[in-house]
Design a protein around this ligand. Structure first.
Ligand code: ADP
Ligand code: ADP
Ligand code: MG
Length: 665
């Protein structure tokens, strides 16, 4: 076994790998960019080395720097995590040349599976069922269109080098084909440096079911059953589970067998995932699942497999890479119970899932009821440079119902202030009737998106607690106060006070009267309500109102309060009383970067006539592309950025000419 390994990654996965290394008595070496100098993965490691500035191309993707750190620190092997260099065969070659072990498959195996078209051709030859479609060399648009017609619409065009849900276009009719092809080619070229595509039959009611496989350097390969990752938004996984709901035993066996066959076909060593798509238009059937792609690395959602099998997959990776045979044979691997994983992200579901950046002023993860894999701590930044993941929340139960109930409870107990998160959206998914029944397919989220992202009404209690906090009425008075009372509880301050709050864009003056004995009356829209604070320490309140007792948490931020109540988080603004409304004059005439990012595509120039909602800029941030559209019809007055520019949030990108000058243009 290795004595010391380097983890060429950051965030939760770097921390996750270190936990197992520590368990096995292996020393760990972290690498970090300037943005991560005080990150959790750096603090956890036995040693840590700076490898460059924040952008990934200058740090976490620097093969030479990482090899240099291996040599300096004496690390014998490198764990790549997922993302970054994990599926880069050149990295593996460079490590091999330097005599350092890559904890993962061979460069050849990665190359064989790196391109979706070649991987499909290989699997077809190995007798693994593949999605019907075209995946050969010829890329002439007219020829591709004929192929699409033969496959039969709808079809899905995929960039062959694509990943992370990028470079895909669904096409429903022949006359949309060429435009969609161009878009997929462009995305493939700009994101992956490869504009070539493959075409697949688009399945209209599919489930994403993948099989965890493992191989060793002695010719053995096994599978560790399946995961269902059908809950997706824009082809990206949101909640995953294992096993797959309603999976017939015969189909499970067939999928496991096909996955092992795939791994053996390329002499695979280490952890890998064979992704299949199942056509469930007539339910799950053993003859309706098809190979989609192989991910030659540890997958984000590997914990659900660990929960149902009781195996530590990172331990398996380390053992296999150090030359040991697989810890178990196929017959010894069993599973029981059910597990879910939800990906908690700093993103704003209501604003089109825009990544949110900021400081995690307050972070309480449900560690007592769930397995929480996280790479951040309270006070850490969610920076614009990396994936905005806060944590993976993983639960286990004897049955699917129990595990899902625990996931909902864990999400409701999650408290994050300082960054908007998708916790409410994830909780809404847990409450979704179809999902609860196991009736999942990749279109579920899209169909019910509006209700899933609906913000819950703001309860009176949240407003009242925010008003009391804003007025400082919940804080203990000076420490020398003999009665240890709270400010405002004194008779002489029982006068009327007003708290100015920003409630979802509306300013409200909330009147509060202190009645003494920790009692207050608060004037709310539906009348006056009385509140008695029973306990108030560090923002955690137990209160009584209308004869019912409840608890809540209020966290004070720089310009807002976050109230956690009944499993929801409500952000209430504290407007600056002196400032006028925030609306910048003429803001509707400008296109402003909603977050820091890279201007990837600029599709208009000064003087162009544009129409409302016409896409003008594609901004890339946090591994996602965001399309910014024209705010109204008009003529572009100014273009203030160029393709390739890195912009900060709030940067004005384009400005429309004033309305009256449009007429003249
Ligand atoms: P898939 O959806 O194919 O299973 P994952 O969900 O594991 O892939 O991750 C989505 C994509 O984003 C993958 O290509 C993965 O490598 C990449 N990725 C995920 N998290 C990170 C991260 N923290 N840093 C860099 N890349 C990441
Ligand atoms: P990536 O490399 O981006 O993960 P995949 O080929 O794994 O790309 O596809 C990602 C997702 O897109 C799948 O999980 C599935 O939801 C959807 N998808 C892929 N192929 C098809 C298809 N032929 N029909 C319908 N949906 C598909
Ligand atoms: Mg995939």
């Amino acid at each position: 076994m290795f004595k010391k390994i380097l983890i060429a990654n950051r965030g939760e996965i770097a921390c996750r790998v270190m936990e197992t290394a520590r368990k096995l008595g292996i020393k760990t070496v972290a690498v970090y960019s300037d943005a991560d100098a005080s990150a959790k993965h750096v603090a956890m490691a036995d040693e840590a080395y700076r490898i460059g500035p924040a952008p990934v191309a200058e740090s976490y993707l620097k093969i030479d720097e990482i090899i240099k750190v291996c040599q300096q620190s004496g690390a014998q092997a490198v764990h790549p995590g997922y993302g970054f260099l994990s599926e880069n065969p050149d990295f593996v070659d460079a490590l091999d040349a330097a005599g350092i072990t890559f904890i993962g498959p061979s460069a050849d195996a990665i190359r064989a599976m790196g391109l979706k078209d070649a991987a499909k051709a290989l699997m077809e030859k190995a007798g693994v069922p593949i999605v019907p479609g075209y995946h050969r060399e010829t890329q002439d648009p007219g020829f591709l269109k004929i192929q699409a017609g033969k496959i039969g619409y709808p079809v899905l065009i995929k960039a062959r080098a694509g990943g992370g849900g990028k470079g895909m276009r669904r096409v429903d009719t022949a006359d949309e084909f060429i435009t969609a092809l161009q878009a997929a080619e462009r995305e493939g070229l700009t994101s992956f440096g490869d504009g070539r595509v493959l075409i697949e039959k688009y399945l209209t009611k599919p489930r994403h079911i993948e099989v965890q496989v493992f191989g060793d350097n002695h010719g053995n390969a096994v599978h560790l059953f399946e995961r269902d990752c059908s809950l997706q938004r824009r082809h990206q996984k949101v909640i995953e589970e294992a096993p797959a709901p309603d999976m017939p035993e015969e189909m499970r066996a067939a999928m496991g067998e096909a996955a092992v066959k795939a791994a053996k076909a390329i002499g695979y060593s280490g952890a890998g995932t064979i992704e299949f798509i199942a056509d469930v238009s007539e339910g799950l059937r053993s003859d309706r699942f098809y190979f989609m792609e192989m991910n030659t690395r540890l997958q984000v959602e590997h914990p659900v497999t660990e929960m149902i099998t009781g195996e530590d997959l990172v331990e398996w990776q380390l053992r296999v890479a150090s030359g040991e045979p697989l810890p178990k044979t196929q017959d010894d691997i069993t599973f029981s119970g059910w597990a879910f994983e939800a990906r908690l992200y700093a993103e704003d579901a209501a604003k089109g899932f825009l990544p949110a950046i900021g400081t995690l002023d307050h972070l309480k993860l449900p560690e007592d009821t769930a397995r929480v894999d996280s790479g951040v701590r309270s006070g850490d930044e969610i920076s614009p440079f990396y994936d905005p993941m806060i944590a993976k929340v993983v639960t286990f139960g004897g049955t699917r119902d129990v595990a899902l109930g625990k996931l909902l409870a864990a999400l409701e107990a999650t408290e994050v202030a300082g960054c908007v998160t998708n916790a409410g959206f994830l909780a809404a998914l847990c409450r979704h009737e179809g999902f609860a029944k196991g009736d999942v397919d990749t279109g579920l989220i899209g169909r019910d998106l509006d209700t899933l992202i609906e913000e819950p009404a703001l309860p009176d209690d949240a407003i009242a607690l925010a008003a009391l906090t804003a007025l400082g009425l919940t804080k203990p008075a000076g420490s020398n106060d003999p009665f240890d009372t709270l400010a405002g509880w004194r008779i002489w301050s029982a006068s009327r006070q007003f708290a100015l709050l920003d409630i979802r864009g509306d300013r409200m003056d909330v009147e509060v009267q202190a009645l003494g004995n920790r009692r207050f009356s608060v004037h709310l829209e539906n009348g006056i309500k009385n509140y008695t604070l029973l306990e108030a320490a560090q923002g955690r309140y137990i209160y009584e109102s209308d004869g019912h007792r409840a608890s809540a948490v209020v966290i004070e931020g720089k310009s807002n309060l976050t109230v956690f109540l009944n499993g929801n988080a409500y952000v209430i603004g504290l407007p600056d009383m002196l400032s006028a409304d925030d609306e910048t004059a003429g803001a509707g005439d400008q296109l402003i970067a909603p977050m820091p990012g890279l201007v990837k595509v600029l599709s208009a120039q000064a003087g162009d006539k544009v129409s409302k909602d016409q896409p003008l800029v594609i901004l890339e941030a946090m591994k996602m592309e965001h399309t910014l559209k024209a705010p109204r019809d008009g003529v572009l007055g100014e273009v203030l950025v160029r393709e390739g520019d890195q912009v900060t949030d709030g940067t004005i990108l384009l400005a429309l000419a004033a309305e009256d000058s449009d007429a003249a243009a």
